[in-house]
Ligand binder design. Structure first.
Ligand SMILES: Nc1nc2c(ncn2[C@@H]2O[C@H](COP(=O)(O)OP(=O)(O)OP(=O)(O)O)[C@@H](O)[C@H]2O)c(=O)[nH]1
Ligand SMILES: [Mg+2]
Length: 328
């Protein structure tokens, strides 16, 4: 029998920048099987000293805003500056339409071929509109492998951008003129999270309109409490396809990170995020424990049913269930 692939093999491969092993490690992290979780946690423990040294960037915008195109161009730009880039593409439509994963890959074709880039296709878990609940842990693995920039793409509809905001240092909002953001009612929520706004697909013909959009956005920003003290959210006009305005985005990202490090909010923010992850995993493991025990699982489903059929309060049912869990 072949020797089992162990923690040392993963760590060695990750350290050596072996993309195949990096991919394998992320697959392990994404697995929900208890024995895999056990191994995944050992791996995360082993790589902890190698983490923390990247810039984590979340990119959001309506479908078709140009996020993947932006990542392709921005990624190449960062590589030209001597950086290594990892992309965690998160695709909410992937469970419904398998083709879109492939679509993302072809859109980042050049970047995918670059030795200094690593692109992880979207996970298919379907968790909360598609963001894998383990993106944070995948990101740590990429960091341990020496990637300087970690770009996470998400569509700005629903919950996914909140999750991405919870695991990144910089939040970039990609906007298109008349992109329907207002219709989808997502603008305000996203504006509150945005550290940088990029108006994409600007050309000579729509330049005037783009400038008007910029004015409207900056007016809207005046009514929003700044996320970072001393930071005025830049609104940059450009084109991801033609590589216009992206050098400026790159500079602004660096500037923002420097400011956060100076303010002390860079580390503070990451500590808060890790605290949230702790909470997430506590809930996850409690539920897992409940599901391993058959009697508890039945009880869980009974309480859940009472809540979902509106015959009882969700809060009372949850409390009763947790009481049983601890008596067990
Ligand atoms: N004219 C123009 N087209 C662009 C620009 N950037 C992206 N596009 C085009 O817009 C379309 C959508 O781009 P994507 O990068 O796939 O957009 P996305 O936001 O990743 O889309 P989803 O992943 O489906 O949400 C593609 O046909 C791109 O070529 C730009 O700057 N100018
Ligand atoms: Mg895309």
């Amino acid at each position: 029998m072949a020797k089992q692939f162990g923690i040392e093999d993963y760590v060695k491969g990750i350290k050596a920048g072996d993309k195949r092993i990096l991919g394998k490690a992320i697959t392990l992290i994404e697995s929900k099987k208890p024995e895999h979780r056990d191994l995944a946690d050992k791996l995360l423990k082993a790589i902890l000293p190698m983490t923390g040294n990247s810039v984590r960037i979340g990119i959001t915008g309506v479908p078709g805003a140009g996020k993947s195109t932006f990542i392709e161009t921005f990624g190449k730009l960062a590589i030209e500056q001597g950086k290594k880039v990892a992309v965690l593409a998160v695709d909410p439509s992937s469970t419904l339409n398998k083709g879109s994963i492939l679509g993302d890959k072809t859109r980042m074709e050049e970047l995918a071929k670059n030795p200094n880039a690593f692109i992880r296709p979207s996970p298919t878990s379907g968790f909360l509109g598609g963001v894998a609940n383990t993106t944070y842990e995948s990101l740590l693995i990429c960091e341990a492998a020496g990637y300087d920039y970690i770009l996470i793409e998400t569509v700005g509809v629903g919950q996914s951008e909140i999750l991405v905001n919870d695991i990144t240092d910089v939040f970039l909002y990609l906007k298109i003129i008349g992109g329907g953001d207002e219709l989808q009612g997502i603008k305000r929520g996203i504006m509150e999270m945005a550290d940088l706004i990029f108006i994409n697909k600007v050309d000579a013909e729509n330049l005037a309109k783009a400038k008007l959009t910029k004015t409207e956005l900056s007016r809207a920003l005046q009514f929003i409490t700044p996320k970072e003290k001393g930071w005025k959210v830049p609104i940059i006009l450009g084109s991801a396809l033609k590589n216009e305005g992206l050098a400026e985005v790159f500079e602004k990202v660096e500037e923002f990170i420097s400011l956060k490090k100076k303010n002390g909010t860079f580390l503070e923010n990451r500590k808060n995020q890790a605290e949230k992850r702790f909470e997430f995993w506590v809930k996850e493991y409690i539920l897992e424990k409940a599901k391993i025990d058959h009697k508890l699982e039945i009880s869980y489903l009974e309480h859940q049913k009472k809540a979902s059929e509106l015959v009882s309060n969700a809060s009372s049912e949850a409390r009763e269930f947790v009481k049983k869990l601890f008596e067990n």
